[in-house]
Design a protein. Structure first.
Length: 204
């Protein structure tokens, strides 16, 4: 946590700001001894520092940047995992990816969201479950469309689930335990009607 300096700074007291060494000698009026002149400069500098501290706005907190509600259903694409077919919502923008399935409570075995990442996820980054009230399963998928890892994502857990493979560019989230119930495992290829995931999303 960044802590800003208090806006109430203590300014050193200055006695007799325009102290006169000899009030009968007008040439000396308003002159200050060097030591007291230094105190004046210090007081002005501290006061200026106080004023600057008052005008600095604190950076927005992470909580204030998080989505506050579920996103509308995203466009879907039919994907094939062996003998299984899913109509997966497509999260392709940073905002869609950041929101994911947050706040959704109606997750069923027909629910699926495919995250198309713009760059591979690498440690310490991963997928987390902040504001997700339902546990999920996630397949971490390489650029060739092969499932490299399958992870359990515990509901409302804000600790990222990090991939052990550093070349994950797709993530498929489904209802918790879906992969096991439908005999989908690592090493399986995911395809679309167009072909591979690479061809579907990154073909020039």
């Amino acid at each position: 946590m960044r802590v800003l300096a208090s806006s109430r700074c203590q300014i050193p007291a200055v006695k007799n700001r325009f102290q006169v060494e000899n009030h009968r000698r007008l040439g000396q009026f308003g002159r200050v001894k060097p030591a007291k002149y230094f105190v004046l400069i210090l007081a002005v500098a501290v006061a200026a520092g106080c004023k600057k501290a008052e005008t600095i706005a604190p950076p927005p907190s992470l909580d204030s940047q998080l989505p506050t509600q579920a996103q509308p259903q995203l466009p879907t694409l039919k994907i094939y995992l062996g003998a299984e077919t899913l109509d997966a919502e497509l999260a392709t923008t940073p905002r869609e990816t950041a929101t994911g399935m947050m706040f959704r409570t109606n997750v069923t075995d027909d629910s699926a969201m495919l995250f198309v990442l713009h760059e591979p996820i690498r440690a310490p980054n991963g997928f987390w479950m902040t504001n997700c009230p339902v546990s999920l399963s996630a397949a971490y998928i390489g650029p060739d469309g092969i499932i490299e890892e399958i992870h359990h994502l515990e509901k409302n857990d804000n600790v990222p689930v990090v991939a052990t493979n550093d070349n994950i560019v797709f993530v498929l989230e489904v209802n918790d335990g879906w992969f096991q119930r439908h005999n989908v495992s690592t090493g399986m290829l995911i395809r679309t009607e167009i072909g591979s995931l690479q061809k579907t999303f990154f073909q020039n």
